[in-house]
Write a protein that binds this ligand. Structure first.
Ligand code: PGA
Length: 251
């Protein structure tokens, strides 16, 4: 069975005071749970949240990383900097970055490579739009996104990537994919990874993202190839997020 992981994606939310309360609640709630938990927070808060998490069992993650190593790239944050402030993970290729910042598959691959080179675990986001699903293009779109990254990595590096399937129509809408719909796509991704990695594909954590909450988490995690979740809105509430982690630990 693949490693489980529940990753919070705070997106552009937070404040020094609010983060303190939220992280405190999450730390207390997941203390006795066995699942891996990572908080992906806005860059300005990485140091603060890293400090709050110190000595605990929750990991720290960024939400984006530069494709460049260092230098004259105003506003960008390098993989080395993320490591420097204590990150273990970074979200790469989130649909909001692909949409609002024009990130292409080639750029996403470059970012994944940078993350891996620095020792970070990239959480690679893939997913189809509503139009693509309705026109029957889901598998083709998702596989193209997966293969454009895995095709560009050496085997050793490819084994370290976490994949998050996030149908765009399910993100922030309250309309999560049904467990069966999500499993269908996760199964497709797993088979593609088997072609690439053989038996080791079974160890790649496949997360589902898109309106995961305390009520639907357990039924999603009951699916064979859904190892964990990337949680947006529901990660901003300690109690709800802890419930999702508990459902994952019980899987
Ligand atoms: P959501 O976001 O849980 O608010 O739908 C998930 C994501 O975009 O990672």
């Amino acid at each position: 069975m693949a490693r489980s992981l529940v990753a919070a994606n705070w997106k552009m939310n937070g404040s020094l005071a609010g983060n303190r309360a939220l992280v405190g609640g999450v730390l207390a709630g997941v203390r006795d749970l066995s699942c891996e938990v990572v908080l992906c927070v806005p860059h300005p808060y990485l140091a603060q949240v890293g400090g709050l998490l110190e000595g605990g069992r929750i990991g720290l993650g960024g939400q984006d990383v530069s494709a460049h190593e260092a230098g004259a790239y105003t506003g960008e944050v390098s993989a080395g900097m993320l490591c420097d402030v204590g990150c273990s993970h970074v979200v790469v290729g989130h649909s909001e970055r692909r949409k609002y910042h024009g990130e292409s598959d080639a750029l996403v691959l470059a970012k994944v490579r940078r993350a891996l080179d620095a020792g970070l675990v990239p959480i690679l986001c893939v997913g189809e739009s509503r139009e693509q699903r309705e026109s029957g293009a889901t598998d083709r779109v998702v596989l193209a996104q997966v293969e454009s990254v895995f095709g560009g990595l050496a085997d050793v590096a490819a084994r370290k990537v976490v994949v998050a399937y996030e149908p765009i129509w399910a993100i922030g809408t309250g309309l999560a994919a049904t467990p069966e719909m999500a499993q269908d796509v996760h199964g497709t991704i797993r088979r593609a990874l088997e072609t690439r990695l053989g038996q080791d594909a079974a160890d790649v954590p496949l997360l589902y993202g898109g309106s995961v909450n305390a009520d639907n988490a357990a039924s999603l995690f009951a699916m064979k190839d859904i190892d964990g979740a990337l949680v947006g809105g529901a990660s901003l509430d300690a109690e709800g997020f802890v419930s999702i982690c508990a459902a994952n630990a019980a899987r």
